[in-house]
Design a protein around this ligand. Sequence first.
Ligand code: SF4
Length: 306
Amino acid sequence: MSIDGDTTDLAEATHAAIDEQAGLTRRNSLSPSRASDFMTCPLLYRFRVIDRLPQAPSIDAVRGTVVHKVLEELFDLPATERTHDRANLLLGPAWEQLLAEEPGLAEIFGDPGVDSDRPEGPDLATWLEQCRGLLGRYFALEDPQRLEPAEREVHVVTQLESGLTLHGYIDRVDVAPTGEVRIVDYKTGRSPGEHFEAKALFQMKFYALVVWRTRGVIPRVLQLVYLGNGEMLRYEPDERDLLATERKVAALWAAIRRADDSGDWRPNKSVLCGWCDHKVICPAWGGTPPPLPVLPVPEAPKSPAM
Ligand code: SF4
């Protein structure tokens, strides 16, 4: 398990390339994942966003990426072909494609008794079986033959009056004939306990805020689909919720800017440190962070020739 991980660095890298093309940088934009990093631990945000330290691929995050890919591709098929068997057939090619893009992922699987250097954990066959189990739970929760998503894996972007750009990637947007919008996000982990529910919903309210600001419609339902234990979390936001989210995001951004200006990125030691890739360089655990990277100084504009 990773600290938040439902997808891999590879998925993040794909998103980062799109962000870069759109001119979104750490100084002008915020996504729900990075906002959540800062809320979890400002130092974690620094390691991910400022230092851009790589994270070891976790078996859970890779499973998340592959299952997300299958669920996205499932809706490319005609409705009558969106069956559990067909989804299982998409699994192998989705994994092969991911592996071709990042061959090192093969190393994350255990191979007990054959190669003692391999990590503990499931071998590939067991892991693929676990992925099929997650897909099975999906089909117990939703019938994709009765759904026609308006958009999938959609990048939503809006700029607030302050100049800050909010953006994120929504797994699925459904639009009813009445125009009502439902935002859907798949999670391959288990549904959160009551203490972490607000954190999970923050991401969805963030998306809802961006959709409201760009399309003028407050999404009727925010729906988190937890394939780890086959549960759904649904929430119906209202204008007050989204205005409160906007204020919260603005306060978070102000705190991020302050930390960036001062270089004071404080660790926030918590139970989540157990899943942090950077524990060994974290001062809260006796480590020493690397020096902050030096940003290139922008060139001064040339004065016009006399
Ligand atoms: S180990 Fe804990 S305190 Fe340190 S950076 Fe990671 S999440 Fe933050």
